[in-house]
Design a protein. Structure first.
Length: 460
């Protein structure tokens, strides 16, 4: 049996693996772009399948594509959507900047699957009818990002927020030393501290939802080659968007200005920026957990994170905050991806951006790894952490900064002197304040009660 077959395109003939569903255009890309060994993400291939099926349905409805071919293309496209032919999408991410190779890869695979008997389906004339790589690829970028944010990231981020909120409620009465500049500060409750984390997560979710529900749902389809809509029925994009909306539940519509949609990627930069915001928030939460867990003897030792694996190949018994470290590396990668996306989006020259595959790959990776990091941090760190209440109480009793509550009564300078003396002598602030003021220990105990101080306000 032959291992290769001969395929032809406008540039001539070449050999293609005999069992490959792709054709000459894809094979040229495989041979030209042997760069990273990384292919376009599954979410992006899914979006390509959606678009191809939608356009076939739209062209059928407009009387431009016969029933048999349209139905065959839709059926093949749906199989692409569901990942049946992923092994037949071999084109490297670092390819032609318009993503033409990936668009033709989809056209060729779908055409080969849809062809049968006397029914010949052409990748350009039929599968790509009323389309260009220049509007398909930006559309697939918006569509894949929308689906991944809605179906994956927002639910996983919501899970993280819910887990944090649950632990915050559980630990709302546990008081600890607050810290600013990594130095002792006024008391806070663990519930307040964790509530801050939850609010960060919820705010990130709100920001992402705004992008998703406004600009990200608008796609470039219908602009074809340069934004003018050459070779496409003016109603095709609207029909296709309605088909995609019915299939996915997303509210998708054609972009208002297709010249901007083809050449500009500001919406993707906006989304990437919000992913970076989430990365920054995760970095903060993970770092707080690491600090609070540090020790167990020589660090803060406030909490104990779940022991997930041995922490050292040489030091027996050592356990490290590995879930936090993993999340922090995800955050760093997302910030790096955002920088690459920003540079890529600047490469919109005249009527087309020419770094679209790299932008798509980085965007979808950021969404994926942030989603997984949210779940990991929730389930493997926050849900199972324990609290060392004895350590928290001991540190609070010796915290000189509690004297801040005496400022309105004895003045800042007197309070500062008491704090310095308590720190120097290693004594509880109540004892020193009783010696240095006219207040009784009972009065001082009420004024300097850490739990009371977590509620703010003036105490007298």
């Amino acid at each position: 049996m032959a291992k290769f077959r001969t395929e032809r395109d406008s540039m001539g003939t070449l050999k293609v693996p005999a069992d490959a569903l792709w054709g000459a255009s894809t094979q040229r890309a495989v041979e030209n772009f042997q760069i990273s060994g990384k292919v376009m993400p599954r979410a992006f291939i899914r979006a390509l399948g959606l678009i191809k099926g939608a356009c076939a349905a739209a062209n059928r409805g407009l009387g431009l594509l016969d029933e048999a071919r349209a139905t065959a293309i839709i059926n093949a496209s749906e199989r692409v959507m569901h990942g049946i032919f992923d092994e037949h999408f071999p084109v490297d991410v670092f390819q032609t900047g318009s993503g033409t190779s990936s668009n033709m890869n989809a056209n060729e695979v779908i055409a080969n699957v849809a062809s049968g008997g006397r029914r010949k389906v052409h990748p350009n004339d039929h599968v790509n009818m009323g389309q260009s790589s220049n509007d398909v690829i930006p559309s697939a970028l918006h569509l894949s990002a929308s689906l991944e944010v809605r179906e994956r990231l927002l639910p996983d981020l919501g899970h993280l927020a819910a887990v944090i909120e649950g632990r915050a409620e559980e630990l709302k009465d546990v008081v600890k030393t607050g810290r600013t500049h990594l130095m002792d500060a006024m008391p806070v409750s663990l519930g307040q501290e964790m509530g801050g984390w939850a609010a960060q997560a919820r705010d990130c979710s709100d920001r992402l939802s705004v992008v998703l529900e406004t600009r990200l749902r608008k796609i470039a389809l219908g602009g074809t080659a340069v934004g003018t809509g050459i070779n496409v029925n003016p109603d095709m994009a609207g029909h296709a968007c309605r088909w995609i909306s019915e299939k996915t539940g997303l509210v998708v519509e054609p972009a208002g200005n297709r010249f901007a949609a083809l050449a500009g990627q500001e919406t993707i930069v906006e989304l990437s920026g919000q992913l970076k915001v989430l990365a920054v928030a995760l970095m903060k939460i993970a770092n707080d957990l690491r600090w609070m867990n540090s020790g167990p003897l020589a660090g803060l030792g406030e909490i104990g994170l779940p022991a997930l694996q041995p922490g050292s190949s040489i030091m027996p018994g050592k356990v490290n905050p590995v879930a936090c470290e993993s999340a922090m590396q995800v955050a760093a990668q997302v910030i790096g991806n955002d920088a690459a996306i920003t540079v890529g989006a600047q490469s919109g020259n005249f009527q087309l951006n020419v770094m679209l595959p790299m932008i798509a790959r980085n965007m979808l990776e950021s969404i994926l790894i942030l989603s997984r990091a949210c779940v990991m941090l929730a389930d493997k760190a926050i849900a199972g952490l324990t609290v060392n209440e004895k350590r928290l109480r001991g540190v609070l009793e010796r915290n000189p900064i509690l004297v801040t509550a005496l400022n309105p009564i004895i003045g800042y300078d007197k309070a500062a002197a008491i704090a310095k003396k308590a720190y120097a002598e290693g004594r509880p602030i109540v004892e020193v304040a009783a010696e240095e003021t006219n207040l009784s220990k009972k009065e001082l105990a009420e004024i300097l009660d850490p739990a009371t101080l977590t509620r703010g306000g003036l105490h007298s």
